[in-house]
Ligand binder design. Structure first.
Ligand code: ZN
Length: 183
């Protein structure tokens, strides 16, 4: 399967930090390529999707995520939230590891994410809104946490079948994405 699915133990592990030596390793570079390819594969089915993935989702328990920001891939090695706003947003979330479900999670409205780039230089992203929520979702994956664990009101959890019941075109597209992820 392309993306590890809910129930796979690797998704619940606390991922290990990537060492400086590992940055040039085949294992890490192959994982980054695989993660980018999966995001492109998803975007090919649905242009608005395929924007973020964490290494445990491709079976690698390392602290590594790939985000697509303004059309460009950004690889974040050992990302950590160094500041989060007190104000929050209700984030309507989805996850490639159980794409059949949607739900609302309260997330910090703004975050600063400290990380190392692929050549080992320290970097910082300052994100707000949906991008901030996306980064928080992906960093949670590195600690074995799913958005489902953080849904305060479980009545917000809904299946894509119900969410898109009135939009068969979109539902078909979502089903194609699921088939790609689990294929
Ligand atoms: Zn996810």
């Amino acid at each position: 399967m392309r993306v590890k699915q809910l129930g796979e133990s690797v998704l619940r592990e606390t991922a290990l930090a990537v060492t400086q030596d590992e940055l040039s390793s085949v294992e890490i570079n192959d994982a980054i390529t695989e993660m980018q390819n999966i995001l492109d594969g998803i975007q090919a089915i649905s242009p608005e999707n395929g924007n973020a993935i964490a290494a445990p989702q491709v079976g690698l328990s390392k602290r590594l995520i790939v985000l697509r920001i303004e059309g460009q891939f950004v690889t974040l090695v050992n990302p950590a939230i160094s500041w989060a706003s007190e104000d929050t947003i209700d984030s309507y979330e989805e996850c490639f590891s159980f794409y059949q479900l949607r739900g609302v999670v309260e997330r910090a409205a703004q975050v600063w994410v400290d990380y190392t780039d692929v050549v080992g230089h320290p970097q910082q992203l300052r994100l707000s809104g949906d991008a901030a929520a996306l980064a928080q979702h992906e960093i949670d994956h590195l600690d074995g946490i799913f958005f489902l664990d953080k849904v305060a009101d479980t009545t917000t959890v809904a299946s894509v079948e119900s969410v898109y019941a009135a939009n068969p075109t979109r539902l078909a597209q979502v089903r194609d994405m699921i088939a790609y992820m689990v294929g």
